[in-house]
Design a protein around this ligand. Sequence first.
Ligand code: 5RP
Length: 219
Amino acid sequence: MTQDELKKAVGWAALDFVKPGTIIGVGTGSTAAHFIDALGSIKHQIDGAVSSSEASTQRLQHLGIPVFDLNEVDSLSVYVDGADEINGQMQMIKGGGAALTREKIVAAVADKFICIADASKQVEVLGRFPLPVEVIPMARSYVARELVKLGGLPEYRQNVLTDNGNVILDVHNLRILDPVALERSINALPGVVTVGLFAARGADVALIGTASGVKTIEK
Ligand code: 5RP
């Protein structure tokens, strides 16, 4: 199976976690796009979605799924999204698609985070994938210097502005042995909007696409 076929398998498998008559939190990226397509097939059974990016909003609306502003919504039964890396503790690196801030906000509202990923995203230790950090543009150089002090090698993601009008620093050279502590330290730097470590609030369920089928891991 190709990597995209594995992503499609987990995107469709996530339908098992969609509660009819509720509003669904929807992530961003190529795996989440398969989930959105799957959601389109049951669109009359759900009330709608809250989206984590302009790209996902467009895909949802194209399929005729109502998209709500998060401020209009008190609760979300689930949040379904991909990941760049996931470890055995269900902690993740996210933000390869630059949507990390909205992803973290929507995930925070949801009762359950369902991570959908092909098996290549599973790691023992987070950090081989460069850790995305969304930064207010004027703070870029300052935050980069602080990230070097934390042991990373930040790289400015060229020609990318987030949906919130900010920039991304991708931090290389990290071996993240204490994800909760690093998430806290980076989030505390003035100018940082969000770090793409989802550690304090990780996934509740991971659906992992493998050649022998979709594996379900529950926290
Ligand atoms: C976007 C994300 C994505 O979930 C992550 O980059 C995985 O993407 P893909 O499903 O395309 O492999 O965090 O900001």
